[in-house]
Design a protein around this ligand. Structure first.
Ligand SMILES: [Zn+2]
Length: 302
């Protein structure tokens, strides 16, 4: 059972908006890397859905112990053990040598060793569980989810699983039928309560309002080729249709995410959406969906 579902991280959502409105090589590269990781994790989730054994799965945890923060892609609580997963969506040919990972075609470009990441997370989780007075054994695995990934000289004594081994791996768990007790439920609740929210702004390139492209983007294909026709926004690239109101509200939420410290005013959103010809319409949408604060030209919405 999925106890904590996975969603796009705030950082990924922000980068998606930024990539569209203010493309730069750094933004595009960071988005590409983060999104590839997320796609891999979603693939892993589809696999986890095949689990029929009694278990609780928590995705994307950011935890802290002894002043150290660690991240867990997925964690599965079974009756007598916890399984930690580090999911990697690497693609192409790599090789393993002296405890390091290298791309086969660029042997000089060593990549971070996911086994070390996993070891660190496992060790810190163990410390956390000790603190919580919850003795339980921890198993862990690095999952290479992409079927196009090859690792030459893969070490047999390390907890690595490749895409074509995963069905068998899940089946092994499904033979376990020991039900979970109260204690496991309490542990899942405790870990969830300790989960920290990531601040998405710390690693982003700086950007300013005036640099960002204005306009309503298509909800389906993210292009700016959106035109207003009566009460609908229609994308001339993909044909997607959306009610004007929904499109404006979506744009307001995007604005709020990109500029959390800015006030939402009619003028701002009118300029931000760009394609809504009538300012009154923007005002009506804002006033019927947000709380108005202040009066006259000083008013804003929250
Ligand atoms: Zn479109």
């Amino acid at each position: 059972m999925i106890y904590k579902a996975r969603t796009e991280s705030p950082e990924l959502k922000l980068l998606k908006a930024l990539k569209n409105r203010y493309p730069s090589p750094i933004t595009n590269q960071t988005y590409y890397t983060l999104n590839k990781g997320y796609v891999g994790e979603v693939l892993f989730d589809q696999l986890i859905e095949k689990l029929t054994c009694p278990c609780l799965v928590l995705n994307d945890l950011l935890l802290q112990v002894n002043n150290q923060t660690f991240q867990v892609d997925a964690l599965m609580i079974l009756s007598n053990q916890i399984h930690v997963f580090e999911v990697k969506n690497l693609e192409g040919d790599y090789f393993y040598e002296k405890e390091c990972f290298f791309p086969r075609n660029k042997p000089g470009n060593e990549i971070s060793n996911p086994l070390l990441q996993l070891e660190r997370a496992t060790s810190l989780l163990r410390q956390l569980l000790q603190k919580l007075d919850f003795p339980i054994s921890i198993q862990s695995s690095v999952i290479f989810i992409n079927p196009k990934f090859v690792l030459y000289q893969a070490p047999m004594d390390k907890p690595i699983l490749f895409a074509n081994q995963l069905d068998r791996f899940i089946q092994k768990f499904n033979s376990i039928q020991t039900p979970l007790g109260k204690k496991q439920q309490q542990l899942a609740a405790k870990l969830l309560s300790l989960n920290e929210n990531e601040t998405p702004y710390k690693r982003l390139p700086t950007y300013q309002y005036q640099d960002l492209r204005k306009g309503i983007t298509c909800s389906a294909c993210h292009s700016f080729s959106v035109e207003v026709q009566h009460s609908k926004c229609i994308c001339s690239d993909c044909g997607f249709e959306e009610k004007v109101k929904a499109a404006v509200l979506r744009s307001v939420e995007e604005f709020k995410m990109l500029f959390p410290d800015e006030k939402i005013t009619t003028n701002r959103i009118y300029e931000w959406c760009k394609i809504i010809a009538c300012k009154k319409k923007v005002q009506r949408i804002l006033s019927s969906n947000y709380k108005k604060v202040g009066v006259h030209q000083w008013s804003y919405y929250e």
